[in-house]
Design a protein. Structure first.
Length: 109
C-alpha cells in the first residue's frame, strides 16, 4: 500500500511539474513607433508653420492636427535625410515646442 501512495504522489508531482513547464509566459506588449512622424505639442498660440520652415532641409511637413484643443500636431519628414533621434532633438529645441515624441503606431503582443 505505501508503494501505491508513493507512485501516485510521483505521478501527481510529475503531471503538475509538466503542466507548469508548458504554461505560456506572457511578456509586456512591445510598442511600435513611427519614426518618420513626430507628435508635437506646441505652445498655446503657436502654429506649426515656423517649425516646418526651420526643418525644410529634411522635407518636413505638418500632416495635420492630432488634437486641436491641445495644439498637438503630427510632423513628418524624410527619414533618409536625418536620423530619427536627431530630428526629434531638433524639434524639441524649438522655442514653440513644449513636448515632442515619436508617434506610436500600435502595440504588439
Amino acid at each position: 500500500m505505501p508503494v501505491k501512495i508513493s507512485v501516485i504522489c510521483v505521478i501527481l508531482f510529475l503531471s503538475l511539474f509538466l503542466l507548469g513547464c508548458t504554461a505560456k509566459k506572457t511578456s509586456p506588449p512591445k510598442e511600435t513607433l513611427v519614426e518618420d512622424q513626430i507628435i508635437v505639442l506646441l505652445s498655446k498660440n503657436a502654429t506649426p508653420t515656423p517649425l516646418i520652415e526651420t526643418l525644410k532641409a529634411y522635407e518636413a511637413s505638418a500632416k495635420g492636427p492630432a488634437s486641436r484643443s491641445k495644439n498637438q500636431w503630427v510632423i513628418s519628414y524624410n527619414i533618409k535625410l536625418i536620423k530619427p533621434e536627431k530630428m526629434l532633438e531638433k524639434i524639441k529645441t524649438s522655442e514653440s515646442v513644449l513636448e515632442a515624441s515619436f508617434l506610436p503606431l500600435k502595440t504588439e503582443l
